[in-house]
Design a binder for this molecule. Structure first.
Ligand code: ZN
Length: 270
């Protein structure tokens, strides 16, 4: 009897364990197809720099992505499950798990498409080469891209940490943007494509960050050129967004048109 009871208990344990792990698996499978976004580029652009999720929580939603940190304390590059912080002084460190995040996009990366890129002379060249892939596979999907290679030119920026009261992002960058021009550097571009209907929630089109293979240099890409590199793209058909119940966040007018400010902070163009 005792033996039978033990057998029953262990059978029950196995059943519950199996149920749990298949749920976990289902969640991971769903996350592989989902863009997880923290807040809006529009809230960040208007100066909402308070962290909404911790780095440890962000990692539960993806192993690749881009974003920034509380107080816009550097550019975020998520690659191979690690969250890197490219700081305004030009150094890169792995972000602390308790560091918080006011804006980010991540997913679990699974390459659906591979594409060789050659003779890319600038940002427009990179965008139009990748746009061809998007046009072929569906312009109304999200795409994460990873491009590993040697870059003849890699011109990136980061910014100094902001203190409260926060200024809008374009104002903050006027004085606190720092630029770094690297030559013949090995590393990885991590990028996100948002379809054009995302204009109220993010930047439409491509947005790229960079991290060097030695994980010592990185930032938001302003310009580049390279002879050849392999791109891997992940088509992502679902979207999940995390908002803040913070009073300041809830008091913001997030439908306000900040397209010009976004263009300015994304590209350095006036
Ligand atoms: Zn950026």
């Amino acid at each position: 009897m005792k033996k039978l009871l033990l057998t029953l208990i262990s059978a029950a344990l196995i059943v519950s364990f199996t149920a749990c792990s298949s749920q976990e698996k289902a969640k991971t499978e769903a996350d592989k197809e989902t863009v997880y976004q923290v807040a809006l580029l529009q809230s960040l652009t208007q100066g909402y720099y308070d962290g909404i999720v911790k780095v440890s929580e962000l990692k539960e939603h993806g192993d690749i992505g881009i974003g920034t940190f509380e107080g816009v304390n550097g550019e975020m590059i998520v690659l191979d499950g690690k969250v890197y912080q490219a700081l305004g002084d030009g150094t890169v460190k792995e972000a602390d798990k308790d560091e918080t995040v006011p804006f980010s996009n991540v997913t679990f990366f699974e390459a659906d498409i591979k594409e060789s890129l050659t003779d890319i002379k600038n940002m427009d060249g990179l965008k139009s080469a990748l746009d061809k892939v998007v046009d072929k596979n569906g312009k109304n999907m999200f795409y994460f891209v990873k491009v590993n290679g040697t870059f003849e030119k890699m011109f990136v920026r980061s910014e100094l940490k902001q203190e409260k009261p926060y200024k809008s992002l374009d104002k903050a960058l006027e004085t606190d943007q720092r630029e770094f021009d690297y030559k013949d550097i090995k590393g990885t571009i991590v990028g996100l494509y948002c379809p054009d209907y995302m204009g109220g929630l993010n930047a439409v089109g491509w947005h790229f960050h960079f991290i060097s293979d030695d994980r010592e240099k990185g930032g938001h890409i302003l310009d580049l050129n390279f002879k050849s590199a392999e791109a891997e793209l992940d088509i992502t058909p679902q979207f999940d967004m995390k908002l803040s119940d913070n009073e300041t966040f809830q008091g913001m007018e997030l439908a306000k048109n900040v397209d010009d400010a976004i263009k300015k902070v994304e590209t350095n163009e006036e």
